[in-house]
Design a protein around this ligand. Structure first.
Ligand code: PNS
Length: 166
């Protein structure tokens, strides 16, 4: 990595991507030369995702076509390992509330233990997205509620299709 090629990784489950994620991705893309949106492709907390990793990746790609320095990739190893293999200088995450802070502080300490040189950067959620989460969006969509203000149109469509199939 050279000072003119500052790479960061923006990890998450993105099941599915919301306007809150896209706000953080857009703002992070302005801070780094290259931003890799890293999509977890491994069972997390024993929770089954609604969408396959390939589907989640495709939805993010469609939503970020206008961001030239953003790439979207899957990962199934420790986040710090993935970031290291990508020559990233930082991990970027969004913070919405105190509850996020507690979880992220724990992750930060663990990641720092594993990789002391990998810096983590936290972007505060824009107020309009502070209470927006993928799980909230899925709950609304699963009851046929309107999520058109919460996710891009193509994601809302995929949610409707997914719950119609179930
Ligand atoms: O809250 P999310 O979106 O499910 O976040 C997932 C992720 C990977 C960003 C978070 O759990 C984290 O920071 N994990 C660090 C520990 C790790 O590397 N886990 C392996 C993931 S494959």
């Amino acid at each position: 990595m050279t000072p003119s090629n500052r790479i960061a990784v923006c990890p998450g489950s993105y099941d599915p991507v919301t306007w809150g994620h896209l706000d953080v991705i857009t703002r992070a893309a302005q801070l780094f030369d290259e931003l890799i949106v890293a999509v977890v492709n491994a069972p997390m907390r024993k929770v089954q995702t609604l969408f396959l990793a390939e589907e989640r990746i495709e939805m993010i790609r469609q939503a970020t076509t206008q961001l030239a320095n953003v790439k979207v990739e899957a990962f199934d190893v420790l986040l710090v390992e993935f970031a290291r293999t990508k020559n990233a200088m930082a991990i970027v995450k969004g913070l919405r509330a105190i509850s996020d802070f507690e979880y992220e502080l724990e992750m930060n300490q663990l990641n720092r233990q594993l990789s002391p040189d990998m810096e983590s950067v936290y972007l505060m959620a824009s107020p309009r997205y502070s209470f927006l989460s993928s799980s909230g969006v899925k709950e609304i969509a699963s009851f046929g509620g309107d999520v058109s203000e919460l996710v891009p149109e193509h994601v809302a469509r995929r949610l409707t299709e997914a719950y119609e199939r179930q």
